[in-house]
Design a protein around this ligand. Structure first.
Ligand code: NAP
Length: 428
């Protein structure tokens, strides 16, 4: 009998487990159910628009979705259109590939002021996410930005803010976002680490991109560079040593400045943010010890401190992920990707992870003659839910390619109703 498997989520980990199951079981019927009308999760809506090389992985993932035994069900939300319990009755196996995409909060006073955004929300804005919340301030007056966090997402934020219009050539940044960013009267972008640079999670490639920007210089002060243990990675140490200076480079209008040992404890402002207050910590050779407070003025703040797991199906969480034993949650219910192991690693990390869980599933689960796809189609039809199939997604993709302006790879359809109309072949 044919194994019937449903994957909830069509980001990298969801696509990779579809690929692995299709390879390992030559008859399995695999359905990928996605809340949005379009696939690929954070690759479409999280990876920066000027990182088209990274986004190009969607060509591989797209081939997986187009596989003859894989069926895409876009615009179907589990928990709204169909319950997880119902899916479990329809399929032999359910794999949750729902990711982690709720911005972690600092939980400090002033965090709800206008002008403060989580990195996921801000990346959603510059990626034209259909549910993007526009930054709640007039970005046009932004001179000083504080980016809290020392990971690659913080570098994405700094780079996108600092780039000039021509530097977005070849990206898929939309005209509206391009205009907003190009008009910023930016002077300073402060990238804040609560510990020293030795603990930062930056990749060299992303650091070097900052150093190559037309209008921005990179700087770390000698005090900040020394505030922490030695940077273990030689190339990253050498990067910061090269950009170590006591004063800013006046030849470029924007400075991207790295700070070490600053713990944010309060956002200042009456209706919108105007400053961030930090406890300073000084490295004494063994530990960080308190050494006063400082305040940095800020017209816009992005907190780039990772993501919190949201237990949308009430399955229980542990350590910020869905409680699981090497990918297994319960009999017939598995998890892959960030929801399984947390928000870390590169896109390719998901491939090996999904392959591992696929092997486990095929060892543990036998088909029990459940209806699978046919049953899901009946339920959705009964409820009047128009799902987007793979052909519908390809129509959206083609429309976005055709609408691309010169210098852009695509113009994303930024509205879910419009995406659905295009997928259904309705001419707009
Ligand atoms: P991340 O790498 O985990 O970095 C999070 C940063 O936030 C860390 O510096 C952490 O500091 C800091 N932080 C956490 N809680 C904080 C708090 N309460 N106060 C101040 N700072 C706090 O997360 P990310 O940057 O969101 O990246 C997520 C994943 O995506 C990573 O695997 C990343 O490499 C990947 N990614 C890759 C690329 C690329 O390859 N181009 C681009 C974007 C993202 P501590 O270390 O002190 O906890």
């Amino acid at each position: 009998m044919t194994l019937k498997l449903a994957i909830v989520g069509s980001g990298a980990s969801g696509c990779y487990i579809a690929e692995a199951i299709a390879k390992l079981d030559s008859t399995a019927e695999i359905d990928v159910i996605e809340r949005l009308a379009t696939p690929f999760g954070l690759i479409r809506y999280g990876v920066a628009p000027d990182h088209q090389g990274t986004k190009a992985i969607v060509r591989t993932l797209d081939r997986i979705l187009g596989h003859e035994r894989v069926c895409f069900f876009g615009a179907v939300s589990v928990g709204r259109d169909i319950e997880l319990a119902e899916l479990r009755n329809l399929y032999d196996v359910i794999v949750l590939a729902t990711g982690i995409n709720r911005d972690r909060k600092l939980c400090i006073p002033g965090e709800n002021l206008a002008g403060i955004s989580g990195s996921g929300a801000f990346a959603g804005w510059y990626n034209d996410h259909v549910e993007a919340v526009r930054p709640a301030l007039d970005l046009g007056r932004t001179r000083s930005v504080v980016v809290i966090g020392n990971g690659n997402v913080a570098l994405d934020i700094a780079r996108i803010l600092a780039k000039t219009e021509p530097e977005f050539a070849g990206s898929d940044l939309s005209p509206a976002q391009t205009r907003t960013l190009a008009a910023l009267p930016l002077e300073s972008i402060h990238v804040i680490g609560r510990r020293g640079l030795a603990h930062a999670k930056f990749s060299l490639h992303e650091l070097r991109e900052l150093a190559g920007l037309a209008n921005a210089s990179v700087r770390v002060s000698p005090e900040d560079l020394a505030n922490g243990p030695d940077i273990g990675d030689k190339t990253i140490r050498s990067f910061f040593e090269t950009h170590c200076a006591t004063s800013r480079n006046r030849n470029k209008p924007v400075e991207i400045r790295f700070h070490a040992g600053l713990d944010p404890f309060e956002f200042m402002g009456s209706d919108k943010v105007n400053a961030v207050r930090f406890k300073r910590k000084q490295w004494n050779g063994e530990n960080y010890v308190p050494s006063g407070e400082i305040e940095l003025s800020a017209d816009f703040v992005v907190t780039s401190i990772g993501y919190d797991f949201f237990d949308r199906f009430d399955l229980g969480s542990s350590g910020g992920v869905l409680r699981n034993d090497d990918g297994k949650i319960q009999d017939g219910l598995y998890v892959v990707g960030w929801a399984k192991r947390g928000p870390s690693g590169v896109i390719g990390t998901n491939r090996a992870d999904s392959q591992f869980v696929a092997q486990r599933i095929l060892k543990e689960i036998r088909s029990s003659g459940r209806p699978g796809r046919a049953g899901l189609q009946v339920k959705l039809a009964e409820r009047g839910i128009d799902w987007i199939d793979y052909a519908g997604w390809k129509r959206i993709e083609a429309a976005e390619g055709a609408a691309a302006l010169p210098g852009r790879t695509r113009q994303k359809v930024a509205n879910i109703a419009q995406q659905i109309s295009i997928a259904q072949g309705v001419s707009l």
